[in-house]
Design a protein around this ligand. Structure first.
Ligand code: PAF
Length: 282
């Protein structure tokens, strides 16, 4: 497995693969990889001849008071995980390789990005769309893989790929959880022991919401109330949002009669965690 740091190196390698008629899968990541990322790479390996994993902590998607500086980084560990999962190439650029001085072109989306995480992270999705568009242009993959844990991101990228006619299949992959139910996230490393225990409230609350829907409850307000009240009972938790939205345009719904995303963002101490489930999906 190679590690490329320049766009040119990646292009040369991918062009060579394309000349040989090989299909290419892309797994975009910000590194500090865990079992969730590994499952994306493993799936990409099973569906493509060659797999590129990008490891790039994208400054453009962090707000001024967010955790860009402290975001965990460990390339050696990431490389070992990528190799074990069967990736063929890691793309690990410096910020200056992705954003040269004078960079001024962005991908902005009018729909899907204003609610949920977009509300408290106003510039986040512009950063995500711009970097993912660049990665698509650099790697030109046949398929790209994203986790459902970042459900809004998955919906936004699907929409962008369609709007901009990328012709890339966007594959959503299931949330991978710790044994006790906490969704795997690189940010879980910020939690101390007490916070780690308190963080279980996200999955506990969502599981109750899911049970209600499975039992036939169709009033979105009731689901939000149930999920919110369980989270609020945890002293270390502060709700950013609890939402029930349709699973295409991410608009709030009153009645649950087609696929919906039930999503939460919760601060546990200073750490903001997200989790979700999709209901009524075929
Ligand atoms: O999900 C992430 O890790 C990032 O948002 C992504 C898609 C790699 C873009 O920087």
């Amino acid at each position: 497995m190679k590690i490329a740091v320049t766009v040119k190196e990646v292009r040369e390698q991918v062009n060579e693969w394309k000349r040989q008629g090989l299909s290419v899968g892309l797994v975009p990541t910000m590194g500090y990889l865990h079992e969730g990322h590994k499952s994306l790479i493993t799936r990409a390996v099973s569906e493509n001849d060659r797999v590129v994993a990008s490891v790039f902590v994208n400054p453009m998607q962090f707000g001024p008071s967010e955790d860009l500086e402290s975001y965990p980084r460990d390339l050696d560990r990431d490389a070992a995980l990528c190799e074990e999962a069967g990736a063929d190439l890691i793309f690990h650029p410096e910020p200056s390789e992705m954003y040269h001085s004078g960079f001024s072109s962005y991908v902005d989306m009018d729909t899907l990005t204003g609610g949920l995480c977009g509300k408290s992270r106003p510039i986040h999705f512009r950063g995500v769309c711009t970097v993912v568009a660049k990665l698509f242009n650099i790697v030109m993959p046949d398929r790209a893989y994203f986790g459902q844990k970042d459900a809004q991101q998955l919906a936004v990228i699907r929409h962008m790929a369609d709007d901009l006619s990328y012709g890339i299949e966007i594959k959503g992959c299931p949330i991978i959880r710790e044994e006790d139910g906490l969704a795997k996230s690189s940010r879980n490393t910020y939690l101390d022991k007490t916070e780690r225990q308190a963080a279980l409230v996200l999955n506990r609350a969502l599981s109750e919401g899911r049970k209600l829907i499975d039992a036939g409850e169709r009033d979105a307000a009731r689901i939000k109330e149930t999920v919110s009240s369980i989270i609020s009972a945890e002293p270390l938790a502060r709700i950013d949002y609890v939402e029930v939205v349709n699973w295409d345009l991410l608009e709030p719904v009153e009645n649950i009669d087609s696929p919906v995303l039930v999503a939460v963002a919760v601060f546990i101490g200073k750490t903001r965690l997200i989790d979700n489930f999709i209901a009524l999906e075929d």
